[in-house]
Design a protein around this ligand. Sequence first.
Ligand code: XIL
Length: 472
Amino acid sequence: MRTSRTSRTTSRTTSRTAGTSVSPLWRRVSAVCAGLAATAALLAAGTTAARAADTPLRDLAAAKSKVVGTAVTGSKLTGGYGDIAGREFSSLTPGNAMKWGSVEPTQGNFNWAEADQIVAFAQAHDQQVRGHTLVWHNQNPNWLTNGSWTPAQLGGLLQNHINTEVGRYQGKIAAWDVVNEPFNEDGTYRPTLWYNGLGADYIASALTWARAADPAAKLYINDYNVEGVNAKSTALYNLVKSLKERGVPIDGVGLQAHLILGQVPSTLQQNIQRFADLGVDVAITELDIRMALPADTAKLAQQRADYKAVTAACVAVARCVNLTVWGFTDSDSWVDSTFPGYGAATPYDANYAPKPAYYGIAEALGGGTTTPPPTGACTASYGVGSQWNTGFTGNVTISCSGASLSSWKVSWTYAPGQRITQAWNATCSQSGAAVTCSNTSYNGTVPSGGSVTFGFNASWSGSNPVPTVTLG
Ligand code: XIL
């Protein structure tokens, strides 16, 4: 079952009781300021939340015979996060939940709760699951890494692990990242627990055991810095070629694609194509594109171009079957804690508003030209707090999503009889009907995903209409 898209509106009804003159009025009008532009374009009254393009990414992808996915955290799959995960994506990858250290923290004691939850969510939303990952040098349980094992014991442990985990989810996993990150940058094998104990054929063994445990799952080798043609991707290429020649089950390669802004490899499509020509599928498995913080309009525009380029390279090769982002929101990304000073790497901001990057993906999937402006937006909205026969309190909130401000000024025109008498958290002046308010020394900065509110007292006579507010 798919969750249907619901449009969020912010209509609030005012309940008026006869004889009561004080009632909260929450009528809001908004102005939008695209990026950091000085002049503001007006937006119709109502919600100002940025909206995704009308067609979800998963539907755009399906029309191109592609699957589009995201890594997820099981505990977050409710509310807005769950809505987006279910609506926009046709594949989920557990970000951590299926790693050995998560599922068997002490030997023989299993914890499948988060992995089960993600699989159930995926089934309820008609989504594939990419299993991640069975054989890796990171996020293994301490009992495993601290033990001293003979090669036979190590092989037995690995076979048993693969049997248990792949067997548990048999028939429910579209593809497994069986082996993760086996290579060094120069294309030699990474000296891991597995390589050191079992030799290079731990890879062939793991694939063979995985095939036995779930014959229907596609089996992948996954790595990073293998997106372009280079020594590491060539080592991966040679490995896949020799595995195929030996009859070892290998169905695909995963290009993680943890990229840096402006550095999409120019040979990405060529590299995808050479793997496809070997007779395996290709997936972009962990796409994110990090930038030095803070984000700004130019960086977000570059990020849009980069996401579009990666998506287009996948679209261009028939055997590139899945494009998965490593977390869809900046609030659920590994980047900020892993690469200090970098962040804003995903297609949605921390408040779940789609960023320009989202529209870059959509456009490369054929989403067309109906997407909103490529830059983020800052908006100002005016609200009436309480109102009595001669006066009222008001407030204005300036919010930014995918853009930011270092200073701000809002203005509006009052009706006859409306006059500001006192403001706080802003410097306001009124000349005739024209009101202008600007930031104080301490609240000029509005970061992407943040907001600033100021308030005021005012008098009115006649009527007290809500004015149209301009930010700029
Ligand atoms: C990351 C997770 O996103 C983090 O939450 C965790 O702390 C570390 O691992 N390559 C991979 C992924 O194959 O499993 C990694 O995921 C990111 C790099």
